[in-house]
Ligand binder design. Structure first.
Ligand SMILES: [Mg+2]
Length: 182
């Protein structure tokens, strides 16, 4: 199968690093679990959208983002099983060099640049399945949909919307096995 895999909060922990940095920079103590929707700035009353959303563009930021446990092993397993694994990430162009060097190829060195697609329009990418925490990337896509639980999608009814909800990489691998049998 062609397996499309999101990057932020699917194979690495962007949200945790982001909140950690905003807290540190502005003396706040917001928590990861407080994020209820896509707008991270909502957990920071008094801070502007720019205050919060320019943080991932700061030099050195991507080197503070850690991989999700099991993601590297999971991706390697999928590749060893003969799947075509492609990372599909919507990221501001300014972040690309650092995000690739300090994060993707640092923790996932078995991936090559030929396996990376940068786009904000994931529905245009052809694949058998997309693994993503962003509902907006899954909805309307012509692929099977695996939704990775994140604080902002916790209340979303994945099943009713034709998606398989998973909580970790073990569950992702199980879901892929089930899709393979279909
Ligand atoms: Mg994501």
């Amino acid at each position: 199968m062609t397996i499309l895999v999101d990057m932020d909060d699917t194979i690495e922990q962007l949200l945790r690093a982001w909140i950690r940095r905003v807290n540190e920079k502005f003396g706040r103590n917001a928590s990861y679990d407080e994020v209820k929707n896509w707008n991270v700035a909502a957990v920071y009353p008094g801070l502007s959208w720019e205050d919060v959303y320019t943080v991932p563009l700061e030099p050195g930021f991507w080197g503070t983002v850690e991989p999700i446990p099991g993601a590297a092993e999971g991706l390697q397993k999928l590749m060893a099983n003969g799947h075509d694994v492609l990372i599909v990430t919507a990221t501001p162009y300014q972040s690309v060099p650092e995000k690739m060097t300090d994060l993707l190829f640092r923790y996932f060195p078995f991936l090559s640049w030929n396996q990376v697609i940068i786009t904000t329009r994931k529905q245009l990418i052809r694949g058998d399945v997309l693994i993503d925490d962003g509902i907006h990337n899954l909805e309307g896509g012509d692929y099977a949909k695996i939704l990775v639980t994140a604080p902002h999608n916790r209340d979303y009814d994945a099943e009713a919307n034709g998606m398989i909800r998973v909580n970790n990489w073990d569950e992702i691998l199980e879901a892929i096995e089930k899709l393979e049998k279909k």
